[in-house]
Design a binder for this molecule. Structure first.
Ligand code: GLA
Length: 416
């Protein structure tokens, strides 16, 4: 059986050099600067962001680097190291939603979004991307691309939002708008907030209630695994992952419909009502009884219990209760499998192998329907476990998985 591959993160110099070289090779001049933004793993709180719930991502050390130079016309030219034939040219003038096909929709969409948000000083640009965030793996390669682009455009067109956490919320809006309206991938904000707002050594507790201000909606939770003798293994199952194939939007629509039936603005209101009641178990039962069909009951049960699990996880980890934190990982996965129905056999098998081989807990991370799992293990155990998962995948005839080590890292920044 073959040895499982660990994807290493590019250092700042490696990433900047790669993006710079591609820029020079493609555009025959030097860029104005290089910026980068990370992918993420969500520790817990899945499919809660678009329900105004809680999530808890960390930024990965794996980043997307963008070498960029502004232009004085509306032309955008982009190229990526993922595919040497990836060059695309688009005119921002007259561009409409869904007007760009393929990967270029993401960076072009950011400039288009900023202009439609009123930033008329944003012009076209030339850009070259180099990335070590695995694509289509549920690790937010899209947000790494849109957020690095947003930060670069903020800088070169002097918008003034990139330097502060609160200002970055405006850039997050442009990244989300690009993904939703130009690329056609509905996404709820978790990924872009993680890429723009995480700090090294911390998990970002993100509260997605729309009424909160940027100063109120996040808190940095210390998350230094090595100090606890722990590691977080990520295994990318390589099962195909697509957020824009309708399944994600269908889950979202079901939650919105449930909120209408329950006569609340969003399911967070329901979750909070249940959490504060004298008998949360009975209160959840009464809520579910008020819903018209089995599928909707299952979706709502996931959202309500998952929001509660985020709170419990934060408490458990802060108190050093590793076994409890692992149990919450497991409960989250089981809920995503049975109630939210977003896992696939590869995710379930990887989680199963992790649990049977010493992980404190394991769960899928991200939107699901493919993508990655995370497993909380003792220091030094990641490689052995990743190999056991790869061996089981080979036995079951799945694609060979890849692995990476997740260490809580920094948000988007200017690199050079
Ligand atoms: C994807 C979306 C996020 C979030 C997760 C599920 O990653 O982009 O907004 O909804 O799925 O938690």
């Amino acid at each position: 059986m073959s040895t499982v591959q660990f994807i290493k993160a590019l250092t700042n110099d490696e990433g900047s050099d790669k993006a710079s070289e591609l820029f020079r090779h493609t555009f025959a001049e030097d860029e104005s600067g290089v910026w980068s933004a990370p992918g993420r793993v969500n520790l817990i709180g899945e499919h809660t962001d678009y329900n105004a719930g809680l999530c808890l991502p960390i930024a990965l050390p794996h980043r997307t680097f963008i070498a960029l130079k502004p232009r004085t016309d509306g032309i955008v030219r982009v190229v990526s190291d993922v595919d040497p034939t990836s060059f695309q040219e688009v005119d921002l003038n007259g561009l409409e939603a869904r007007g760009v096909d393929g990967w270029a929709a993401y960076p072009v969409g950011v400039a288009w979004a900023l202009r439609s948000m009123g930033f008329s000083q944003v012009q076209g640009f030339d850009a070259a991307f180099a990335s070590c965030v695995p694509l289509g793996s549920g690790l937010s390669s899209s947000a790494a691309m849109t957020c690095s682009t947003a930060l670069a455009l903020d800088d070169v067109f002097a918008l003034g939002y990139g330097a502060s956490d609160a200002g970055r919320v405006t850039l997050i809006e442009s990244a989300m708008k690009s993904e939703n309206d130009m690329a056609g991938a509905s996404t709820g904000g978790l990924d872009q907030n993680a890429s723009m707002r995480c700090t090294a050594g911390h998990a970002l507790l993100l509260d997605c209630r729309p009424e909160l201000t940027p100063l109120e909606n996040t808190s940095q939770q210390p998350f230094d695994l090595s100090a606890h003798g722990l590691e977080l293994l990520v295994v990318d199952t390589q099962a195909p992952h697509q957020l824009n194939d309708g399944q994600y939007a269908e889950r979202r629509a079901c939650c919105e419909e449930a909120a209408k039936v329950l006569k609340v603005a969003n399911l967070r209101v329901t979750a909070d009502g249940i959490a504060k009641s004298d008998d949360p178990f009975q209160s959840l039962k009464e809520t579910l009884d008020a819903l018209p069909d089995e599928v909707m009951k299952k979706r709502v049960r996931h959202v309500v219990t998952e929001i509660a699990r985020v709170r419990s996880f934060v408490r458990a980890f802060a108190n050093g209760q590793v076994e409890e934190a692992g149990r919450l990982f497991n409960a989250s996965h089981d809920s995503l499998k049975a109630d939210y129905e977003v896992t696939v056999p590869e995710l379930d098998v990887a989680v199963d192998v992790a649990r049977k081989n010493g992980a404190y807990g394991a769960r899928m991370t991200g939107g699901g329907f493919g993508g990655s799992i995370i497993a909380l293990v003792n220091s030094g155990e990641s490689e052995k476990l990743a190999q056991l998962i790869a061996d089981e995948f080979a036995r079951q005839g799945f694609h060979a998985p890849r692995a990476l080590a997740a260490v809580a890292s920094d948000s988007a920044r200017k690199v050079r």
